[in-house]
Design a binder for this molecule. Structure first.
Ligand code: HEM
Length: 407
């Protein structure tokens, strides 16, 4: 059975349909609807399993026989480029399994607890309001990505970590290079190391002169021997990289999706109810599922699922967008955007032990932006025809290259 599946494995990733930039590739949805799992062929000719259904993803992402160690043979890398980067990346929160992963993750759960993140709401509101004031006072049209979508998460993650925002041009440049799949691995690796060097210096400062921020907390753990200096630096790098591009992409793509669905935008513009705004954020996260290359793992042992057997050493690809539109998990028209839909069980943040560490922070930022921007600028509209908007199809996240808007 497995051989037939291997011989017939279609290429992956698959293209999106022309004119449907928000929908997952139709072929991925067909695979999801046809069978619980199947195999696909990736760039190096290998044929990992593609997991598309919501329930199967949950089962496998919480299965201890499934590993996130990207140095294991069979791990299905996104590209030759990412495989090269993996070889030089230190072991950190994103590429370890329990018990190592549990230990590292425990070092940073405190700052991301809902209660502590919630305490940042007034500061995030101030940041968003100030940026919108500047937007309203400045020239138009304006690129919403550079004027709002990127600065919001950058300012917030700087505040949380204790990184001076004046340096944002440096770390933004290097974190986007570290994620850039078109760069040779050495250059992407060099960008990651530049960030590491920067954070190592900052950590040393916090060790002698601690402040009320996450880097200082990590410094304290280094002093007590709970983690090494290198581990603290790598944790800072992971948060800095993961903390801004993702949220920025959601602000840009989310705004575009709302402008294309004016009746849904009107719902959001017409409410100040925090629950309704929080619900809208969940639905936009589900509908857009920006981590579109999915998440990847490798099986440590044989696993029986859906009448098939995943063999030890087989790669696993989790197509999060397919699961987020799985009609078995979402009632009604799962392909449509419906801000009133209960969508909190989506998998845009992944699932299981590696589920997004920063999700409460991302939710807060998106709630404040979506709950403020369209109310304060009710006439917000695209400054160019929709057809001219350029999408970034092969990044770590799927979004727009720029979003020229006016009002
Ligand atoms: C809308 C915004 C965001 C989205 C869609 C998103 C998505 C994800 C996804 C899908 C994963 C799971 C990766 C896996 O299982 O392999 C993840 C992990 C992670 N995210 Fe996010 N993320 C967002 C914002 C943030 C923010 C603001 C931070 C801030 C620190 C952050 C930090 C992390 C970290 C450190 C991990 C690794 C966790 C681990 O491996 O244990 N993310 N994110």
């Amino acid at each position: 059975m497995a051989d037939t599946l291997t011989d017939a494995a279609p290429g992956y990733p698959m293209p999106r349909a022309a004119g449907c930039p928000f929908a997952p590739p139709p072929a991925v949805e067909e695979l999801r609807d046809a069978a619980p799992l199947g195999k696909v062929r990736i760039w190096d000719g290998s044929t990992p399993w593609l997991i598309t259904r919501h329930a199967d993803q949950r089962a496998l992402l919480t299965d201890p026989r499934v590993s996130n160690d990207d140095l294991r043979p069979g791990f299905p890398h996104v590209s030759a480029h990412r495989a090269g980067i993996a070889r030089t990346t230190p072991r950190m929160i994103t590429n370890t399994d329990a018990p190592e992963h549990t230990r590292l993750r425990r070092m940073v759960t405190g700052p991301f607890l809902i209660k502590r993140v919630e305490a940042m709401r007034p500061a995030v509101r101030q940041i968003v309001d100030r940026l919108i004031d500047d937007l309203l006072a400045g020239p138009r049209p304006v690129d919403l990505l550079t004027a709002l979508a990127l600065p919001v998460p950058s300012l917030v993650i700087c505040e949380l970590l204790g990184v001076p925002y004046e340096d944002h041009a440096f770390f933004h440049h290097n974190s986007s290079r570290a994620l850039d799949r078109s760069l040779p691995p050495e250059e992407a690796g060099a960008a990651g190391r530049a960030l590491g060097g920067y954070l190592a210096k900052l950590l040393d400062q916090k060790l002698t002169d601690p402040a009320d921020d996450v880097l200082s907390e990590l410094g304290e753990r280094v002093t007590t021997g709970e983690m090494t200096h290198d581990e603290a630096v790598h944790m800072g790098v992971a948060m800095l990289i993961a903390g801004h591009e993702t949220t920025a992409t959601m602000i840009g793509l989310g705004t575009l999706a709302l402008l294309r669905n004016p009746e849904q935008l009107a719902v959001l513009r017409g409410t100040e109810d925090p629950k309704a705004i929080a619900g809208a954020v969940e639905e936009l996260l589900r509908y857009l599922t920006i981590v579109d290359s999915g998440i990847r793992r490798v099986a440590l042992e044989d696993i029986a699922i859906g009448g098939l057997t995943i063999r030890a050493g087989d790669g696993l690809l989790f197509d999060l967008a397919a699961a987020n539109r799985d009609p078995r998990a979402f009632e009604g028209d799962a392909a449509g955007l419906d801000l009133g839909r209960p969508a909190r069980h989506h998998q845009a943040f992944g699932y299981g032990p590696h589920q997004c560490l920063g999700q409460s922070l991302a939710r807060l930022e998106l709630q404040v932006v979506y709950g403020t921007l369209y109310r304060r600028i009710p006439g917000l509209r695209l400054a160019v025809p929709f057809e001219e908007i350029e999408f970034v199809p092969d990044g770590t996240t799927y979004g727009v290259r720029a979003l020229p808007v006016t009002w």
